[in-house]
Design a protein around this ligand. Structure first.
Ligand SMILES: [Zn+2]
Length: 348
């Protein structure tokens, strides 16, 4: 099969398109014929050597996979050949204390999903979720790391309720946009914060009641207070991190919930801890996506409640260009590669 193989960490050009054997499946794995694979910032750090966990070379990376099951290992019980699936980023064991307490994303035996940059990938059945016929592979492959995490943040961690005011930072991003769509669907009033004026019209279309355009480093809390009778917002869904933390915290109402779901840069923030208890604030960490959350995100996408934005779909041969685009952050929307033969048409 064709695959983009990485023999060592390096620049985008480090990928080599090669013919390699179709991976063997074991136990509870399924063999998926990959129809589409999202290119994520996690792929970028795996490729350039920043992320080294569970990496051994040569390797075929790519974890945002959608495709068709073409073979099942002997222990697979709930998937069959011919079913269309998409993946979450990790498989969990289903047996350990975390898994049994509903915390599968912190499973001690969790294993990464990889192989989406090849025509076929061997994937633990636990990491695969069925997708309905009306959902394209291109949309489905983006759901786990984007919409699924947003669902975790908005519904299950922050617990957004009807009538609340929700601020979303990085609102046009891969998690920000589905978070905005979900908060709106949950009946909240939504305030979207973005860095670029060009994104405003799209955000209003996608469910923002108000859009604040804030250049990097600008504290937009006063604008938020002006929009909320001085009260601030009930919930912050922060997909950006350090650079907007103070603005978001200042914009949070008394008893507000602050859900942290992204940290785009590494810098630290300092805060007088008294401000947290004076405000009775809840600081909430959001981690990854569970199988149930991904199943729900798939159902919401099939109903049109979640509407992922796709920027470009490229053949596998252009994987280096795909990585350069993701690294530069120049496109709004997701970049997808299709590992199938170039003659293949369509996404389904
Ligand atoms: Zn486990």
């Amino acid at each position: 099969m064709r695959a983009a193989v990485l023999h060592a960490p390096g620049p985008p050009e480090a990928f080599k398109i090669e013919d390699i054997p179709v991976p063997a499946i074991h136990g509870n794995q399924v063999l998926v014929q990959v129809a589409a694979c999202g290119v994520s910032s996690k792929d970028v750090v795996e490729r350039n050597g920043t992320y080294r966990r569970d990496m051994s070379f040569p390797i075929v990376i790519g974890m945002e996979i959608a495709g068709t099951v073409v073979a099942c290992g002997p222990d697979v019980v709930d998937l069959s050949i011919g079913e269309r699936v998409c993946t979450k980023a990790f498989s969990s064991c289903g047996q350990c204390r975390h898994c049994r307490n509903g915390h599968e994303t912190t499973c001690a035996r969790r294993a990464p999903v990889r192989g989406g940059y090849g025509e076929f990938a061997a994937i633990a059945a636990d990491a695969c979720v069925r997708i309905p016929a009306e959902l394209s592979f291109e949309v489905a492959c983006t759901l786990g790391p984007g919409a699924g995490v947003a669902l975790n943040a908005v519904r299950d961690t922050a617990g957004v309720k009807l009538g609340e005011i929700v601020l979303i930072s990085g609102a046009s991003g891969g998690v920000g946009l589905p978070a905005l769509q979900l908060a709106k669907a949950a009946g909240a009033r939504t305030i979207a914060v973005t860095r670029g004026d060009a994104k405003t019209a799209g955000l209003l279309e996608d469910g923002a009641d108000e859009v604040i355009v804030a250049p990097a480093g600008h504290n937009f809390a006063k604008q938020v207070r002006a929009l909320t009778d001085g009260e601030g917002v009930d919930v912050v869904i922060d997909t950006v991190g350090s650079s907007v933390f103070h603005a978001c915290f200042d914009a949070l109402a008394m008893h507000g919930r602050y859900a942290l779901v992204g940290q785009l840069t590494g810098e630290e923030v300092s805060i007088n801890l008294a401000r947290i208890f004076f405000k009775r604030a809840h600081l909430l960490g959001v981690g990854s996506v569970s199988r149930a959350q991904l199943e729900d995100a798939v159902a919401l996408a099939a109903r049109g409640v979640l509407r992922p934005r796709l920027a470009r779909t490229l053949p596998l041969d252009e994987i280096a260009a795909a990585h350069r685009s993701v690294e530069s952050g120049s496109l709004s929307g997701r970049i997808i590669v299709k590992p199938g033969r170039l003659t293949e048409k369509g996404g389904t």
